[in-house]
Design a binder for this molecule. Structure first.
Ligand code: PHE
Length: 394
């Protein structure tokens, strides 16, 4: 019997699972039978027609009538599981139907052409010396920034962190407001932002920009997952910084966030000290200095002993001044701190009551760490795509 979208009365996770599973099973079953363009069109209309298509009915019968508390969960399922699967299945089936048609046409027309092609191939193989060596194509290698990215992520995965990602084009709300940068607050000036043009008509919190850091994904993740959480968030970020030896308008960050009951600054220190030793070797020492970020309190910058001079500030037999650490013996590698209670206020309804939970966060520049790790002295080498440079990391 043909599938019909049921009304939902039970909005528990188990009931939603079953309803979703039945719907997707029907989708698979129906699409498997489609072999021609016109059958495909019928399938597409049945599932995707704006008026009364199955997806529209799901929105009406499941989402619109969901009780308030269930709305977010149902909405997420509908978007992430159902709509995306329906669209993928339709697209794949359409490709399949199209190639069937092409094949059929070729079969009908192509007998002569096929014989011709076979004859030409046979002639060619007589004139080609098959004992010659083939063309050798060089094998590519992972970019040093990506190697570093993967290495950092894996250090945290081994500590039980999972990986989350978020959009590069972000709203003002996630990039600033929910991270406790109030509108017009001067702290916003510390991140030179690239805004998308023509957004003046929208309320400020909805305006789009290129995210200046990976921290907005802290909020996005806390909206999605209840505590306790431990996540790392790698990603691309942009700032209005002209390129030079240590700046680039596009760079990479890895954010970390741990929230639970009784998380302390001691946990933050221990975690990052371990991570730095895992990345740079066990003799590296770490050092925290007070700093300021609107979304952490207290905040700190983490320094590690300079791996060029080993912390002495001088290098070589004639005690030349060490450049990477500006002779201080310490190199700043990241910003961090305890999650500000004001940030939890924005996601309080998802279990983040600032009176009950605490957490720490950190954010590091991947490109910067790759520079230090490989002893490269100009960030721009990473973005120029010069094979002579990249080959050294293969
Ligand atoms: N987002 C901050 C930056 O880009 C770094 C940071 C992340 C600081 C998390 C504290 C906590 O400068």
């Amino acid at each position: 019997m043909a599938y019909t979208v049921p009304k939902l009365t039970d909005y528990s996770a188990a009931a939603l699972d079953t309803a979703t599973r039945d719907l997707l099973a029907a989708l698979d079953h129906e699409s498997a039978a489609v072999k021609t363009e016109s059958e495909y069109e019928t399938l597409r209309i049945r599932w995707r027609a704006r008026k009364d298509g199955i997806v529209t009915q799901v929105n009406e019968l499941w989402l619109k009538s969901a009780p308030r508390e269930a709305k977010r969960d149902v909405g997420q399922r509908v978007n992430e599981t159902i709509i995306s699967r329906v669209d993928t299945v339709l697209r794949e089936r359409h490709d399949y139907v199209k190639s069937l048609a092409i094949l059929k046409k070729a079969r009908a027309e192509g007998l002569d052409a096929g014989i011709d092609a076979a004859r030409r191939a046979a002639e060619l193989s007589e004139s080609v010396d098959i004992s010659l060596p083939g063309v050798r194509r060089p094998i590519g290698a992972e970019h040093p920034v990506m190697q570093t990215w993967r290495e950092i992520v894996s250090v945290f995965q081994k500590l039980g962190y999972s990986v989350a990602e978020g959009p590069v084009v972000e709203t003002d709300y996630y990039n600033f407001e929910a991270l406790n940068f109030p509108p017009n607050h001067p702290a916003r000036d510390t991140q030179d932002t690239l805004f998308i043009a023509g957004q003046q008509a929208k309320p400020q919190r909805e305006r789009l920009l290129l995210r200046t850091h990976t921290s907005p994904v802290q909020i996005r993740t806390m909206e999605r997952m209840r505590p306790p959480i431990r996540i790392v968030i790698p990603g691309t970020v942009h700032r209005n910084d002209p390129p030079d030896a240590s700046h680039s308008p596009m760079f990479h960050q890895i954010e970390g966030l741990a929230v639970d009951i009784n998380i302390t600054f001691g946990d933050l220190k221990g975690t990052l000290d371990h991570a730095m030793k895992a990345l740079f070797g066990s003799s590296v020492k770490t050092h925290f200095r007070p700093s300021f970020f609107p979304f952490t309190e207290p905040s700190a910058e983490l320094y590690v002993t300079c791996f060029i001079c080993g912390g002495g500030g001088k290098r070589g037999p004639d005690d030349a001044p060490c450049r990477p650490c500006k002779q201080t013996g310490w190199i700043e590698v990241l910003g961090c701190g305890m999650v500000d209670p004001n940030v939890f206020e924005f996601v309080k309804d998802n279990g983040y009551d600032p009176k009950k939970v605490s957490g720490f966060a950190f954010g590091m520049g991947v490109d910067r760490l790759a520079l230090l790790k490989y002893g490269v002295d100009d960030l721009q080498y990473f973005f120029q795509g010069d094979v002579r440079f990249l080959q050294q990391f293969a």
